[in-house]
Design a protein around this ligand. Structure first.
Ligand SMILES: Nc1ncnc2c1ncn2[C@@H]1O[C@H](COP(=O)(O)OP(=O)(O)O)[C@@H](O)[C@H]1O
Ligand SMILES: [Mg+2]
Length: 277
C-alpha cells in the first residue's frame, strides 16, 4: 500500500504498520489474548483486501431504537437506530450537549440504554459484565478529546501499559511499540513525557495507545476538539489510514468544516434524535 502523509518520518512507519495491522485481522475476531506463537505467524493471515466491505460487509455496530435517559430525567438519546458495517468510517456530529459522547459510551459499555439494544461486533453490550466486558473493551480503541495520558509516564510507557495490562510478553510489546509510534509520527518522542509534547503530539500519543492492540473498532470522541486545523487534519489522516487498514472508525466532532473536507458518511444528533445527512 502506498503511504502518503505529511507527518515527518511517517512513510516507513505506515508501511511497517500496514503489514503489522493486517497481520492481526484473524486474531481480532477472537476475544482472547494473542499467544506469542500466534504472533509469529502474522504474515500468513489474510490480506486486508479480502476483508468484506460495502454490502457484503458484516455489521460492526447496530443500535435498534435506543433511548438513553440520565438519572436527572434528561432524555439524551431518543429512539436512535444506527448501523455501521465493518470497515466503515462514520462521523457523528452535533452541538455540544447533543449526546455524542453518550452514544459512544453506549458502544463501549460505559453507559447502558434505557430502551433498545446496542450490538457491537455481535455482542449485546448491555449483557456483558466483569471479564466479558473487559475482554470486549479490549477490542475497542477509544480516543478522547483530552488525551487522558498518564503524566508521570513517557509516551512509550503510556502506549506499552495497555499491552502490559493485557498480558502481552515484553518481546511482543517491543515488537508492536515501534511501528505504532511510527504510524502516528512519534517514534522520536517515545521517551518524552506528555507535558513535553504539543497538543497534537499528545493526541497522536493517545491514538497510539488506542490502536497498539490493533482493535477492530476505533471510537474517537471529539479527538480534534483541542487542536488547531493543521493538527486536526493530521489526526484525521491517521484515522483514515487506520480505516484503510480495515479498522472500523467512528469519530464524533462538532467541526462541520473538518467533516466536509473528509467525504465520509455523516450522521447528526439533534434534540436526541439521529439524522442521516
Ligand atoms: N452522567 C450524566 N448524568 C446526567 N446527565 C448527563 C450525564 N452525562 C451527560 N449528561 C447530559 O446528557 C446530555 C448529552 O451529553 P453528552 O453526551 O456529553 O453530549 P456531547 O458529547 O454531544 O457534548 C447533556 O445534556 C449532558 O448534560
Ligand atoms: Mg462530548
Amino acid at each position: 500500500m502506498q503511504a502518503r502523509f505529511d507527518i515527518n518520518g511517517f512513510q516507513l512507519g505506515i508501511m511497517t504498520f500496514n503489514k503489522f495491522y493486517c497481520g492481526f485481522q484473524k486474531d481480532l475476531a477472537m476475544p482472547v489474548l494473542i499467544s506469542p506463537e500466534k504472533t509469529q505467524q502474522f504474515t500468513h493471515f489474510p490480506k486486508l483486501e479480502e476483508t468484506p466491505r460495502g454490502n457484503n460487509a458484516t455489521k460492526m455496530v447496530q443500535l435498534s431504537s435506543v433511548s438513553k435517559t440520565y438519572g436527572n430525567g434528561c432524555h439524551t438519546l431518543v429512539d436512535v437506530s444506527l448501523e455501521v458495517k465493518k470497515g466503515d468510517f462514520l462521523f457523528i456530529t452535533g452541538a455540544s450537549g447533543a449526546g455524542k459522547s453518550t452514544l459512544l459510551k453506549l458502544l463501549y459499555g460505559e453507559e447502558l440504554p434505557a430502551q433498545g439494544e446496542v450490538i457491537v461486533d455481535k455482542c449485546n453490550v448491555a449483557k456483558l459484565r466483569g471479564d466479558r466486558l473487559s475482554l470486549f473493551r479490549r477490542r475497542i480503541g477509544v480516543v478522547f478529546q483530552d488525551y487522558k495520558l498518564i503524566p508521570q509516564r513517557t509516551v512509550g510507557e503510556n502506549v506499552a501499559l495497555v499491552l502490559l495490562a493485557q498480558g502481552y510478553t515484553r518481546k511482543e510489546i517491543q515488537r508492536r511499540l515501534e511501528p505504532t509510534l511510527k504510524l502516528v509520527g512519534l517514534h522520536n518522542k517515545a521517551n518524552c513525557f506528555p507535558e513535553q509534547l504539543s497538543g497534537g503530539e499528545q493526541q497522536r500519543a493517545s491514538i497510539a495507545r488506542a490502536i497498539v492492540a490493533t482493535p477492530p473498532l476505533i471510537l474517537a470522541d471529539e479527538p480534534t476538539g483541542n487542536l488547531d486545523p493543521d493538527n486536526s487534519w493530521q489526526v484525521l489522516q491517521i484515522f483514515k489510514k487506520l480505516n484503510s487498514f480495515g479498522a472500523t472508525v467512528i469519530v464524533t466532532t462538532h467541526d462541520e468544516q473538518l467533516v466536509r473536507r473528509c467525504n465520509h458518511p455523516l450522521v447528526q444528533i439533534r434534540n436526541g434524535r439521529l439524522y442521516k445527512k
